[in-house]
Design a protein around this ligand. Structure first.
Ligand code: C5P
Length: 394
């Protein structure tokens, strides 16, 4: 794979050095365009030493043009990565300006483009930048980050460039090179368990790892969807290009899903606790000898899948999961009708590795029938499902 990396002028430019190192380690050929502002932060010498290639920065340089013209520069790459993508570079690309080498190449390229924005939080939140972001996404540009965090300017908020390891992983996962049939579509994905508190220190929960839901969120984002991932407590990194809302209880998960409406697609993968303690003790329940064991009264949780399927603003395609230990497909059929969703992805959790593991054997249950898939990696299940969902929405 060959990458053309455009390094813009921001303090995050130093991270592009680490990105190059990671890409080279994976056997990826990297050529760099350094903007004039970028050259204030990193030197052409470091970039060319790390890439093993000369660095291009001048649109009108006779030597650069003789060696590799600017059109050729973009054509010779499989992917164009802009890191850091400054507010200025985003504005130029969104509006088709071509007044330096970087912007000219962005206008001339017919290759997928991945941008890793980095800027001051107010610049990021400014209506002009958000407009440019929407335009670029609509034009099929993939985005990674920015993330919340402390900024070099002393402020806190969204604007920190995604870490090199995250950008590297997104490139290897094909985030920018995958076709984007879901561009302009909004998706909600629920994932992980919910936890239902008994008192400030104890709770009820289940063994869901969140892996399948996170893989689906990632697969949908890779195909261009604007994904809100509503996640219960899990130890998983946020997939590239996904906006994540962390929740704990089923009630919070429902509220977060409803706040994310309208959407074209909802995929409920979360293992939502069916019941929650009817009362949450305000203080830790004490063990008092001679008082016996406390009795926990449970009350039913809202059914998020059913609420989305039957509610106002129903997404066009609503997909649920069914984790069963026996009679998997018959129960899935019944669930499809009871909950009012369009598809149920049934899996047999009596197979020890399904819950928490990396593989899944699923059946797709729709009103038209049942299709059984063999045991696959969870990311492969996610990719195939995302392709199906894209097909069904177009
Ligand atoms: O009824 P059951 O829990 O087996 O249904 C599983 C499907 O319903 C999954 O898609 C799960 O995410 C969803 N669900 C939900 N809210 C609940 C219970 C289940 O969204 N309270």
């Amino acid at each position: 794979m060959r990458i053309l990396l455009i390094v813009g002028g921001g303090i995050a430019a130093y991270k592009s050095l680490e990105l190059i190192r990671l890409l080279r380690k994976s056997g990826i050929e990297v050529r760099v365009i350094l903007t004039a502002a970028g050259a204030q932060f990193v030197t052409p010498l470091s970039l060319s030493a790390l890439t093993g290639n000369p660095v291009c920065s001048d649109l009108f340089s006779l030597t650069d043009e003789a060696e590799m013209g600017h059109i050729q520069l973009s054509r010779a790459a499989d992917l164009v990565v802009v890191a850091p993508a400054t507010a200025d570079l985003m504005a130029k690309a969104a509006n088709g300006l071509a007044n330096d080498l970087a912007s000219t190449v962005l206008l001339a390229t017919d290759k997928p483009v991945l941008m890793a924005p980095a800027m001051n939080v107010r610049m990021w939140e400014n209506a002009a930048t958000q407009r440019n972001l929407a335009t670029l996404k609509g034009d099929g540009v993939s985005m990674i980050g920015p993330h919340d965090g402390d900024m070099a300017c002393g402020e806190f908020g969204p604007g920190r460039m995604a870490e090199p390891a995250e950008i590297h992983a997104a490139i290897l996962a094909g985030q920018a090179t995958t076709p984007k049939p879901l561009a302009g579509r909004r998706a909600i994905v629920t994932a992980g368990p919910t936890i239902e508190p008994l008192d400030p220190v104890r709770y009820l929960t289940n063994r869901s790892s969140g892996k399948q839901g996170f893989a689906i969120a990632s697969a949908l984002a890779k195909r261009g969807a604007q994904v809100t991932l509503v996640a219960g407590p899990v130890a998983l990194p946020t997939p590239a290009g996904v906006s994540r809302v962390d929740v704990e209880t089923a009630q919070d998960m429902l509220a977060a899903c409803q706040a994310a409406l309208p959407a074209d697609l909802a995929v409920c993968v979360a293992a939502v606790a069916d019941w929650r303690p009817a009362q949450i003790a305000p203080r830790k329940t004490k063990k008092v000898s001679g008082n016996g064991s406390p009795v926990i009264h449970l009350t039913e949780n809202p059914d998020i899948l059913m609420a989305l399927s039957r509610g106002d603003n129903r997404p066009t395609l609503v997909v649920g999961f069914a984790a069963e230990t026996d009679n998997v497909e018959a129960y899935a059929q019944a669930k499809l009708i009871r909950k009012g969703c369009d598809w149920i992805i049934a899996n047999d959790v009596s197979i020890a590795e399904t819950m928490g593991g990396d593989h899944n054997a699923v059946s797709i249950v729709t009103t038209k029938g049942i299709e059984r898939w063999t045991r696959l990696d969870k990311s492969e299940v996610a990719d195939r499902l995302a392709d199906r969902m894209a097909e069904s929405l177009t």
